[in-house]
Design a binder for this molecule. Structure first.
Ligand code: GUN
Length: 281
């Protein structure tokens, strides 16, 4: 049976350490979160971020904006958090309602407060091998792989999905760890072949059970970024677990990647606070 890459226990450990480090700063790290509209999954995510930040003693500001918010109104709120000296880092929850240009909003977040790692400067620094703020989900996945003792150097890695917030930074991080990385997407000709040769497989497609477990190479590490709620209330991922028994490592859904994303957000916020409160002092 595969080894479970348990995100819940690693998150607890990381958050305990972050809480202790935060207490050494002149003032609590400040995290801002902007949510536009009423996407139910986004609501759950931002509530979890708020609960974790509060538990660690971080200063936390939540800005909830209605679905009809204009791009100009959202940019106004981004600028307010950008100028707020008590806020060390902030994020705008994705997806945004139609009519708001995501890039226009995300580019407006100062790179030094971009704890989600989505600003072009931060993604560019990662691409150059000089990471500053790394997107939280891929950063959390690297920590899970490291904790599980999954070998990366010289191995074949396949990343399915090329979003700026998961797939693209994920492939850059695996490349930095000296894996040989293939990025797959909707235009990939033979997805099954790419999955079958992967020693490390990261799936972030956003479609329930889109990848059959029977495609997975025996002994491979399988990281499932997907999370989908079925009508009966169960949560399932992008990978169908049927046939996964021969994998070497798997992330559970839920309790694998999800909690790690929040731990890395708090870690980036602490780092932003350290840079603004200590390094500049
Ligand atoms: N939507 C889904 N995941 C994320 C995330 O990590 N950050 C933001 N801003 N939006 C998301």
């Amino acid at each position: 049976m595969p080894i479970l890459l348990d995100g819940r226990s690693l998150t607890r450990e990381i958050q305990n350490a972050l809480g202790q480090e935060a207490r050494l700063l002149p003032r609590p790290p400040g995290l801002g979160v902007i949510l536009v509209g009423h996407d139910p999954a986004s609501r759950v995510y931002v509530d979890r971020k708020a609960a974790a930040a509060t538990r660690l003693g971080f200063h936390h500001v939540q800005i909830d904006l209605p679905e009809q918010t204009t791009e100009a109104e959202l940019v106004f709120e981004v600028d307010r958090l950008a100028e707020d000296p008590a806020i060390d880092g902030f994020l705008v929850q994705i997806p945004l309602p139609p009519g708001i240009r995501r890039d226009r909003v995300l580019d407006r977040i100062p790179a030094t407060k971009d704890v989600d790692g989505v600003h072009p400067e931060n993604l560019g620094l990662l691409a150059l091998g000089r990471p500053r703020f790394v997107a939280c989900t891929p950063a959390g996945i690297m920590r899970l792989l490291e904790r599980g003792g999954v070998p990366l150097a010289g191995r074949t890695a396949t990343v399915i999905g090329r979003s700026a917030i998961v797939g693209r930074p994920m492939s850059l991080l695996l490349d930095r760890a000296n894996a040989t990385v293939t990025m797959c997407h909707s235009g990939t000709a033979d997805l099954e072949a790419c999955v079958r040769r992967a020693d490390v497989l990261v799936v972030a497609i956003g479609r329930p059970h889109a990848i059959p477990g029977t495609w997975v190479k025996p002994g491979a590490a399988v990281v499932d970024v997907g999370m989908h709620r079925l009508p009966d209330g169960r949560l399932i991922g992008d990978v169908d677990p049927d046939g996964l028994d021969a994998a070497g490592w798997v992330t559970p859904v839920p309790g694998g990647v999800g909690p790690m994303t929040i731990a890395m957000l708090l870690s980036n916020t602490l780092e932003a606070a350290r840079r603004s409160q200590v390094d500049r002092a």
